[in-house]
Every structure is written in structure tokens, then in C-alpha cells.
Design a protein around this ligand. Structure first.
Ligand SMILES: Nc1ncnc2c1ncn2[C@@H]1O[C@H](COP(=O)(O)OP(=O)(O)OP(=O)(O)O)[C@@H](O)[C@H]1O
Ligand SMILES: [Mg+2]
Length: 450
């Protein structure tokens, strides 16, 4: 599937939207989790610091600070600077005990870099400064342990998010392509039905889900539609069949009567008229039957590669003279060969019907032009005349069976020529366009080229 059609596909767009939403949710919840954890650890660090300060300061007595000094030195010797730092500074600014020399700060809790408190390294320290009499006690702890814990949590979160995103993208692509395949099945079926293959049905997935239910209902509707169309086609075919024999018999009888009744009197003329009339009725029934047979689609089995140029040449051979006889000028433009998949006999019939119409329904001196051109992967057959044309409102109606313009009622014909053209075009999945030729009529048939 091309990128443009992929972008228009609803399942694909849904999958992309949900994947993006999922990624945003994972990133946002990971961020919130990380911040809550960092705030919790910070609070914990402050509590530990306050506890340590409290324990250390409990050994302080105003007149005897030796105990405090010993305790502080013990702590300082037991723990390295990364675990805990301690310092007691006298009122004169001299360090009395501990493992670092704090800067002169008022009472409170501070975050300071190691370099500010005379320690090596780049880690940050949290320190609590408090007064014990005239002396200042400072206890502190490094952030390094907390930072390494946070780093581990962050790495775990990134891995978890990465795996979740891979899962979301993979799942999204799988679900979207599955849904798209099912939608493609509907599109394909509807295309086939509109091309006349009424027996085409939407494939079901047999999971019995809601889509299967909808598709089954569409299939039922298509089956009913196909039944109705087939019924109508059958009835008209049956009527035509049933009437064919009696009509033929009537025609033969009229012929026989005419033969027996040789005198050229009025009765003979009337019989002649009746005979012509029965010929016309026969032709109408033949045409109706032919249209039904073409619409049934069986002739699609006989499709093969046909060169449309050959068809044009054939029409040129036969109809240039016919047009001349009616005082018109038929020109068939030379063109390069274009192959289509179709039924040659029917395609000839289609072009002949359009050309015959131009000859029949246009007055003498009319120019009729037949051309063939390639338009991308399509072949376009065009017949343009400079006759009276067809009013816009009636351009679609002329394809209905038996429809003729009022002004054509006096010309021979049954109004089935263009119905046959339409049936043949539908069989070949071709598109017909009827336009104004300013003046006259222009009919183009667009077929898929091979
Ligand atoms: N080239 C044309 N110029 C003007 N009118 C046209 C042209 N082609 C068709 N028509 C009109 O369209 C009507 C329908 O055409 P269609 O070929 O179906 O029937 P028909 O030619 O009257 O009869 P049939 O083709 O069955 O002998 C015609 O009766 C005519 O009024
Ligand atoms: Mg006609």
C-alpha cells in the first residue's frame, strides 16, 4: 500500500494516534514517577540528617564538650565522607572536631557542592547547621547514593518505556493491517458489484465479531439485490423468448400472404407495412435479449487481448461509404495500437452503434469524427459529430432501454442502441461520457488498457 493511501486509511490513522497517545502516557507517567521518587528520597535525606543532628547534639553539655568531640571524631573515623560528614566549630571559627571544615553559615539546611566545604569530588552534599551554645555543629550527607539509585530507576524506566513502545507499534501495525485487510475486502466486493458482478460477496473472518455481523448483513442485502435483478432479467428474457416464436410465425405468415396475394393493390401495400412492422418488433426483441445476455456477464469468459485500432479500421472500412451515402463526412483518425482485455465482437458492436446513431440522427453535411487515444493507463474511444446533439437533461436517459428523443420518433429504431452500448461498456468496466461538441454530440468510452 502506498504512503498516501496508508495516510487515508482509518485503521492506520487510529493505530498511529493510539501509539502516539500510548507513548505520551508512558513518558508522562514515567516522569511523574521519577519526580515523586526524587522528592520522597530528598525528604528522607532531610529526616535522616535531622535525626543524626539530634543524636549527635544529645551528647553535648554546656560545660563539657569533650564527649561531643569524642563522639564526632568516632563518627568521622567510622564513616567516609560519602557516608556522612561531621564538624564542630568553636566560637572563634576554629575546627574542634570532625572530618571537614564547613563554611560560616547561619543555622539551617543547605545543599552545597563538595568544593565549597573543602572536600574532593564533584558530588553535592546536604548539610544541617545548628548552634550548640557558642559552638556550631554541622552534620551532612552526600547525594551520591541517592543519585545512583535515581539513575538505576531512570534506566529501568527508559527500558520499560522502550519495550512498551515497541509493543505498541508492533501491536498497532498488526491490528491496523488486519482491519485494513477486512476493509479492503469490502472495497473490492463493492467495486465488483458496481462492475456488474452481483454474485461477489464480502469475505467474513469467522470470528463472529461486530464487523462480521455488518458484513453478513451487507452480503444478505447483496444476495437479495442479485435475486431481484436476476428475476427481472429472467422475466424479460422469458417474455422475449416466448414471443419470439409467435412473432416469427406471424412474420412468415405475412410473407406467405404477400406471396400468394401478388396484386399490387392497397392490401399488398398494407401487408408490406405489416411485414416491416413485424421486422421491427423482431429486431427489438432480438436487441432486448442480447442486452440481457450481455448483462448476465457470461461473455466475460471469452475476453482476450483486443487491439482497438483494428476496430476503428473496421468501422472506417464499412461506414465511410454509408455516411457518404447520407451526405455526411466520416473521418477516422489514424492512431497507434492500444490493447484492451475484452470481447472483440461486442466492442465492434459498441462503436458501430455510436457511429450509426451519428449517421441516423444527424442531418446531411454533418461531420463525424472517430478517434482513439491513450490517456495514462486507459484507452479513450471518441465519436464526435456536428449534428443536433442531445439536451443536457436527457444525456443520461438515452441509455435507458427504449428511450428516444421526441424528435427521433419518426426515424426507424427502437431506442436500444445506446442501452446495448451501456451494457457492453459495463461488461468491460468502461466509463461512458456524453458531452456537448459545440455543436453536436461527443461520446467517449474510457477503457482500461493492457
Ligand atoms: N449522435 C446523436 N445525435 C443526436 N441524437 C442522438 C445521437 N445519438 C443518439 N441520439 C438520441 O438518443 C436516442 C437513443 O439512441 P439509441 O441508439 O439508444 O436508440 P435509437 O438510435 O433511436 O434506436 P436503435 O439504436 O435501437 O436503432 C436516439 O433516439 C436519439 O434521439
Ligand atoms: Mg441507435
Amino acid at each position: 500500500m502506498r504512503l498516501a493511501s496508508l495516510r487515508r486509511s482509518t485503521p492506520f490513522r487510529l493505530a498511529v494516534s493510539f501509539t502516539l497517545l500510548f507513548i505520551l502516557t508512558v513518558v508522562a507517567s514515567g516522569g511523574v514517577m521519577y519526580h515523586v521518587l526524587r522528592d520522597g528520597l530528598n525528604a528522607e535525606l532531610d529526616t535522616t540528617l535531622a535525626d543524626t543532628f539530634h543524636v549527635v547534639s544529645s551528647t553535648y553539655a554546656p560545660n563539657d564538650i569533650e564527649d561531643l568531640i569524642t563522639t564526632l571524631n568516632n563518627y568521622a573515623n567510622l564513616e567516609g565522607p560519602d557516608d556522612g560528614i561531621y564538624s564542630l566549630v568553636g566560637s572563634d571559627g576554629r575546627k574542634l572536631a570532625g572530618n571537614f571544615k564547613p563554611p560560616a553559615l547561619p543555622e539551617g539546611v543547605y545543599t552545597v557542592p563538595a568544593s565549597d566545604i573543602g572536600l574532593k569530588g564533584k558530588s553535592m552534599f546536604r548539610i544541617q547547621v545548628g548552634k550548640l551554645g557558642a559552638d556550631t555543629l554541622v552534620v551532612g550527607q552526600s547525594y551520591s547514593e541517592m543519585n545512583s539509585l535515581l539513575r538505576t530507576v531512570l534506566i529501568s524506566l527508559v527500558w520499560a518505556a522502550g519495550l512498551a513502545v515497541i509493543g505498541a507499534v508492533g501491536g498497532g501495525v498488526y491490528l491496523a493491517s488486519r482491519a485494513q485487510r477486512r476493509l479492503d475486502g469490502v472495497t473490492r466486493t463493492m467495486l465488483e458489484v458496481s462492475n456488474g458482478r452481483l454474485d461477489s460477496r464480502i469475505p467474513l473472518s469467522n470470528t463472529n465479531d461486530d464487523l462480521d455481523h455488518v458484513f453478513a448483513q451487507i452480503n444478505d442485502a447483496l444476495a437479495r439485490l442479485a435475486g431481484l435483478v436476476e428475476g427481472m432479467r429472467q422475466v424479460s428474457a422469458d417474455i422475449a423468448h416466448e414471443l419470439k416464436t409467435p412473432l416469427n410465425r406471424l412474420r412468415l405468415t405475412l410473407e406467405e400472404v404477400r406471396r400468394v396475394h401478388k396484386e399490387q393493390d392497397e392490401v399488398a401495400l398494407l401487408l408490406e407495412e405489416a411485414h416491416e412492422e413485424s421486422d421491427q418488433i423482431n429486431a427489438t426483441f432480438e436487441a432486448l435479449l442480447r442486452i440481457s445476455q450481455i448483462e448476465a456477464g457470461a461473455r466475460r469468459l471469452r475476453f482476450h487481448a483486443v487491439d482497438l485500432r483494428d476496430i476503428l479500421l473496421l468501422v472506417d472500412d464499412v461506414y465511410t461509404e454509408v455516411a457518404e451515402d447520407s451526405g455526411q463526412r466520416l473521418t477516422v483518425e489514424d492512431c497507434s495500437p492500444i490493447l484492451v482485455n475484452g470481447d472483440k465482437e461486442l466492442l465492434v458492436q459498441m462503436l458501430v452503434n455510436i457511429v450509426e446513431n451519428a449517421i441516423t440522427h444527424c442531418p446531411p453535411l454533418t461531420s463525424i469524427n472517430v478517434s482513439l487515444r491513450q490517456d495514462q493507463d486507459h484507452a479513450v474511444l471518441t465519436v464526435a459529430d456536428t449534428g443536433p446533439g442531445i439536451p443536457t437533461a436527457e444525456r443520461e436517459m438515452v441509455f435507458r432501454r427504449l428511450y428516444r428523443l421526441d424528435k427521433s420518433r419518426t426515424t426507424p429504431g427502437s431506442g436500444l442502441g445506446l442501452s446495448l452500448v451501456k451494457a457492453i461498456a459495463d461488461l468491460h468496466a468502461a466509463h461512458i461520457r456524453v458531452e456537448d461538441n459545440h455543436p453536436g454530440l461527443k461520446i467517449s468510452v474510457r477503457l482500461q488498457a493492457l
